[in-house]
Design a binder for this molecule. Sequence first.
Ligand code: F6R
Length: 267
Amino acid sequence: MRIVILENQDAVHQRAADLFCTLLDQRPDATLGLATGGTPLGTYEELVSRFEEGRVSFAECTTFNLDEYLGLPAGHPESYLRFMEHNLFSRANFDSSYCHLPDPHIEDPAEACRLYEQMIDDAGGIDLQLLGIGSDGHIAFNEPGSSLASRTRVKALTQQTREDNARFFDSIDDVPTLAITMGIGTIMEANSILLLAIGSGKAEAVEAFVEGPLTAQVPASALQMHPTVTVLLDPAAASRLKRRSYYEYVENLQLELEQGVSRHPNG
Ligand code: F6R
């Protein structure tokens, strides 16, 4: 895992946007995995600004979102489809026919899950998957105890996740109890993964998944088994990491390498 501790949340969003723009520059038809929630909003703002400045185009890319609530009426303002349209898709040149979320309105949710896996497969898999992390260590809606090999399926949200997400609804009673979510196994098949965490509310989960044991009780810890994960943190989210100075040391060497300075981390 490449652990990058940046000076503030703006720097996190700039760096995340850099990674998306570099990929789209090299491969305009890349397949992006996207997330909702509060964390990626600043990244989406930055991508929209860069689009407006003519620095990036999304015209040829395909997108797959991690998850969607089950049980909200079509067009509900807190559905993740509406979230994505409002915060990203309608603000840049995405082709909506290439932008996918799990469909919560198919009569048989199991069929919606199977179709979603099939669509990801047909698109050739995900090149870069963006993730946030729940305060309980979940990624997408894979709550603690989720199989580390799980595929797209219906999951019940924990009380903690419903409380965390209640800020987007009038009351916690309005937060759905179920969602369709990519599985951990699905996420792990992405070529590369970018996880963002901001704020002290994520510090414990970050410590657990980066430095704790690999366990289904901390679903994000599965990322320890993925070869190409970048974790972008602000100082508050990084505040409980024990090996912080080592991560900073390695990151400085890595940056020097990328900037062409002839030194090597092991040199
Ligand atoms: C959203 C998602 C969730 C969030 C997580 C953190 O698509 O899959 O795992 O990333 O709940 O949410 P925020 O960013 O609101 O703290």
